[in-house]
Design a protein around this ligand. Structure first.
Ligand SMILES: Nc1ncnc2c1ncn2[C@@H]1O[C@H](COP(=O)(O)OP(=O)(O)O)[C@@H](O)[C@H]1O
Ligand SMILES: [Mg+2]
Length: 308
């Protein structure tokens, strides 16, 4: 188990993480969600012993990250958001070095490295110097470090940023495999589909605070009454948001381009009525879409980035 106890991390006058208290359970995939600047990376760095909290403490399997960093480091493998490599090293050298220092047995090192490189389609690039590699390739190497290490606690900070779709799917499969083998996984991301697909539970961060923790399904359920109707209109009519907002169940309404987006309770029941209201004002409805809350809606709602 990983326990964050009232963790605050400040940089000069920026409070990057503010009083976060939460637990990550053994063998779960914990998705850490939040917009850019929310404090995800900083929080991860406190558990990875890279930063000491300004206040509060992090415990990893009972060991304090600040008082017993070596014990904590031995449990964790981390794929950093922005890896900085020594330019003269190649992918293979980076992985060999990483495997060695994290104690991967000599007998299995080469085999694992070969396997992971092959899965990422990097076999041909494994001996190139890293400065010649693209951002996506560097990201693959960074993830590969953790897949070679196979740590008790695997931490991935935006592991699929810059990756193409097949590589993203590959990373997701490999993370699933790690979890099946018994690793606990912390996955920081701002991609909702990734968090929803991968996580047993998610923690939503906003402006340094942990604003919500729960299973994706439970969080979506907490927004019951926030269905969304999207109506594509031939021509947007400016007074329509005001008009549909007169209906009691409507919480928010606005245009996104030529799509009228209405947030309301009982979307299913009120759909015909909404179409009538729009048509009565001269709107031509070209298509209609009813959505129950998605993880993205949950995220936008709890980070205060909701429709207004
Ligand atoms: N080393 C640092 N020095 C100063 N400010 C920092 C540093 N690292 C992060 N910050 C600031 O802390 C806040 C949280 O950043 P970060 O943890 O990187 O968020 P996220 O990973 O969610 O995008 C941001 O405002 C960022 O600018
Ligand atoms: Mg980050």
């Amino acid at each position: 188990m990983i326990e964050f106890k009232d963790v605050t991390k400040s940089f000069k006058n920026v409070d990057a993480v503010k009083g976060v208290t939460c637990e990550i359970r053994d063998r779960e995939v914990f998705g850490l969600l939040g917009p850019n600047g929310a404090g995800k990376t900083t929080l991860i760095m406190t558990m990875a012993t890279v930063y000491n909290p300004t206040r509060g403490e992090v415990f990893v399997e009972g060991h304090s990250a600040s008082a017993e960093p070596d014990k904590v480091k031995a449990l964790i493998g981390i794929s950093f958001q922005d890896p900085k490599y020594d330019r003269i090293l190649s992918a293979r050298e980076i992985l060999e070095w990483h495997a060695k220092v994290t104690g991967v047995e000599k007998g299995v090192r080469e085999k694992r490295i070969d396997e992971v490189l092959a899965k990422f389609g990097l076999t041909g690039e494994a001996r190139k110097r890293t400065w010649t590699l693209s951002g996506g390739t560097k990201k693959k190497i960074e993830n590969a470090k953790v897949f070679v290490q196979r740590p008790k606690i695997a931490v991935f900070d935006e592991p699929t940023a810059y990756l193409d779709v097949p590589s993203r799917l590959m990373v997701w499969d490999m993370i699933d495999e790690l979890r099946d083998e018994g690793s606990t996984v912390v996955l920081a991301t701002n991609m909702m589909d990734e968090a929803d697909r991968m996580s047993d539970r998610v923690g939503i961060m906003s402006r340094g605070e942990m604003v919500r923790v729960g299973e994706p399904a439970a969080l979506k359920g907490s927004l019951r009454g926030r269905d969304v109707i999207e109506m594509k209109l031939g021509v947007p009519i400016p007074e329509l948001p005001g008009e549909v907002s007169k209906v009691e169940e409507v919480k928010e309404a606005r245009f996104e381009g030529d799509v009228l987006k209405i947030v309301l309770s009982n979307g299913r029941g009120l759909l015909p009525h909404m179409i009538n209201v729009v048509t009565a004002k001269g709107g031509t409805v070209q298509s209609v879409n009813l959505k129950e809350p998605s993880l993205e809606d949950v995220f936008l709602y709890y980070t205060g980035m909701k429709l207004s």
